[in-house]
Design a protein around this ligand. Structure first.
Ligand SMILES: [Zn+2]
Length: 87
């Protein structure tokens, strides 16, 4: 009996997962124009590529910078001159 209920839970879970991922795909297609999907920004703190849609962004010298995480953003905010080259 336990096995059957586990199986049912697994099926519901898989169905939920496939449905939610489909919804995410649809939402992305609707929200983003094709050209902005491929656009990436570089996290200046850890040099990781990040999507500009990230909420972890900050504005410095009238330019928006994007980060992979809140901690990278905090490091940048604390000392932006460490990461932005002044010309
Ligand atoms: Zn980072």
């Amino acid at each position: 009996m336990k096995k059957i209920s586990f199986l049912i839970t697994a099926i519901i879970f898989i169905a939920f997962l496939s449905q939610s991922s489909a919804n995410i795909t649809v939402a992305h297609t609707l929200a983003l124009p094709t050209d902005s999907i491929q656009k990436v920004e570089v996290d200046l703190v850890c040099k990781m590529k990040v999507k500009p849609t990230s909420s972890k962004s900050t504005v410095y010298n009238k330019k928006t910078y994007y980060f992979c995480s809140e901690s990278c953003k905090q490091k940048f905010v604390a000392k932006p001159t460490n990461y932005v080259k002044n010309k």
